[in-house]
Design a protein around this ligand. Sequence first.
Ligand SMILES: [Zn+2]
Length: 289
Amino acid sequence: MRLALRTVLAAALLLCTEASASAFCRTTTCNPGKEACQVDEKKCVIDGVPARWTKMPLVFRFKRGGLSTLVREEARAAVRAAFYRWSDVVCPGGQRTSLRFVEGEEIDDDKPLEPGARARERYGIFFRDLGWPHKDADRTYALTTLDFGTRSGIVTYADIELNTTAHTLSTGDSDGDVDLQTVATHEVGHYIGLAHSVEENSIMAEALCEGGDRCARGKVAARRLAQDDLDAVCALYPSWATYGDDAPQGCAAAARRRGPDGEEWCVAAALSVIIGAVGALRRRRGARW
Ligand SMILES: [Zn+2]
């Protein structure tokens, strides 16, 4: 199962303008671009199994070099900020989401400039300065690719490509060009398993700046997560406190990890809490994952 999710520039007709506090949708193993999938009243695909990660922290890695059109470190800082915006969310009850990211080592090999290609190494962030191999280059700011098990939904590969060939994605706070951090924040939403939301102020709205007032107050405001997005990350990656005695202290020392912020948490608990029935699936299907 391969699913590519695009941020499009053109106006998308948003059929639902109702201000719902939880309109977010998850990416599932049913790909509406390729097959018939049932959707609910929020246009969320309800067929298939939600895409899900099986380990924390989630990794992202920059491609070494590249980036002729942007100052590299400023661009990377904008992308990092996009990742950490999601993992900094404080959920109801005052505890931070269990979502964590870690920046891995740079990767050497570029992703081939071909539609449908995959990079040799996973979790790459690619600034596409040398061409955009996907369709609708003029209408597409970025593309997030997730591979996941067709039955399990378990993510096995992910990358984000930023279309710096066809678009000037800026890193400053002044208005004008399209804001890289805003685009990257949307793509990270896909990276963690979210699909587009019909809530027009969500960072996961299908078209950037086409609905709601997200972009009306300048770039810095446009980078924010809406209530819909906060609901999404807290639903998919709840804080450990939600689980009371089942959370970190319940795991063996070998399963404990210390996150980039120094906070200790439990890998085994993360898996059982976040991916639910995967343990049962794994037992039935052997070592596929
Ligand atoms: Zn998108």
